[in-house]
Ligand binder design. Sequence first.
Ligand code: WTA
Length: 659
Amino acid sequence: MSQTRIESMMDEKRLFEPPAEGRETAWVKSMEEYEALYKRSMEDNEGFWAERAGTLIDWFTPFTKVLEADMDTPSIKWFQDGTLNVAYNCVDRHIANGRRNKAAIIWQGEPDEDVKVYTYQMLYDQVCRFANVLKAQGVGKGDRVALYMPMIPELAVAMLACVRIGAVHSIVFAGFSAVSLQNRVQDCEAKVLVTADAVLRAGRTIPLKKNADEALRECPSVTRVVVVNRANANVDWVEGRDLWWHEQMKAPGISGHCPCEPMEAEAPLFILYTSGSTGKPKGVVHTTGGYLTYTAHTTQWVFDLKDSDVYWCTADVGWITGHSYIVYGPLALGGTTLMFEGVPSYPGPDRFWQVVEKFRVNIFYTAPTVIRSLMREGSEWTRKHDLSSLRLLGSVGEPINPEAWMWYHEHIGGSALPIVDTWWQTETGGIMISALPFATPLKPGSATRPLPGVDARIVRPDGTDAQPNEGGHLIIRKPWPGMLRGVFGDPARYKSTYFERFPGAYEAGDGARVDSDGYFWIMGRLDDVINVSGHRMGTAEIESALVSHPSVAEAAVVGMPHAIKGEAIYAYVTLSADVEETEELRAELRTWVRKEIGPIASPEVLQFADGLPKTRSGKIMRRILRKIAGGSTSDFGDTSTLADPGVIADLIEGRVDLT
Ligand code: WTA
């Protein structure tokens, strides 16, 4: 993250009191109430969570044991003798409790006329049918099912169908390449893959099944592929393996009822791969009872979700934000969740505001990168639409800079609405640090205070507590129900990534400071992970994609500040001997990364470099590369350990400016 951004946040003095309107009916009504809840949650942590889990979730067998945790081993078990089913909680119980005809999912496709509304009753029918389809293909409890799908309602249906029968879904974002899909499917040994013919995006039809076919050439575990017809696109067909979704859903013997499998609270619910500081993405494992409790709890308190609300989270379901806050959290509470297929800029930069007006959206949750890009288009686009239905705004994925915060506040929030800046991670399952909208006074750029139940601290590298305003490592000391329970197939990595450095605590990998009012200011990742438009990218992953190209000898990737994306990918590439540095090769390498990982990983800037700044022991000094990428020409700190200090001048000379 850029120095100027950190400094501008250091100076931030503005304070915005929560609005009076809405307080009376809010789930948490005042700062005094927050303080009391927080205190109680720390003093009687188990009691606090037992009450939330008991209130929010319907258990088939109630739990008697709340927590068994050892953060060193680590071994974390919440509500372990309870049984439940997530689909039951997200669908079935709402049919019985009077929400049968309520919209569960409002789906807005990319073409404006493509709208589908699923009431809870209709969702029940679809989920049961697809659960039966999966069963008919031999999928059972504990089996993995990979979902590689566009933002279409069938994705939510497939998720709920998996969890209904105890199968574990692993969603792969549809923007990932065939190679990325293959790695993920191989790692979790999925039995079935669900995909679609194509994705509609900004007016174009992008083939999707083609990638799936390519990926599956080396995925022997997958025996069936179910294909949704989204775009009437041409597809190749593998007889005996491929099945059409619409045919299967109506097949003889596929009924609209399917019993819910009673699951143990600690049974795996899903796997979601996320980038880490080493090459291979980690399969983060979440479990049934804790995850559902945590997402329902945070959706209720942070978004103040009420029965009459239309709630819209603009994320893709392929990321954790979509899992927790498009599907599981809102549906567990019987809410109405809007699922949107398009992009913010198509057909025009007012697409989001037009959708808000169309459905009279009340709660709107998006990413700072979206705000920054729409802010650039000017406020006339927001004025074209009636945004008066909105009552609460949210932000997620990266620090929101005060300028973007103020624009969001003024132009979308009419200078009146609360903005919840929510800090969390794939691993945390749900929101950890955030304002409570009708209780917490806001400071632009701060995620404010930890939620009740969350024991967040800032520590120095030696583990001692940091002083107010002293930057350090963000850790969580007490377990919470939504925390990850493993890295699929790799217990050693689970331990070493999160629990080793600060014994007895969970290490987030982010830097942060707490000001004298107890407000948290997230400063960005401390590891080799960069945050591009709110998406986590491992630099090692991109480097290994680059060096797999025959012309590349060595590569080093760093983040550089970017006005819209927050950070952009800057790659330094040393070519093999005798390979010429040409513009064609530069373009080819960027395309290569798109193919290896996906468009989001393609470097914004690719600089050819004859040498990289290495220590005498051969370690690349990324600190220097980051500075050069950011435009610095001096102040490189201690460079005495460099094997060849002359390389710095060459790198500065060869720097590529973003135009
Ligand atoms: C960053 C997304 C500042 C952070 C939910 C974290 C944030 C990583 C915020 C997780 C925020 C997320 N303020 N930084 N409000 N929210 N981050 O796993 O660096 O895709 O570690 O989860 O995003 O990204 P992930």
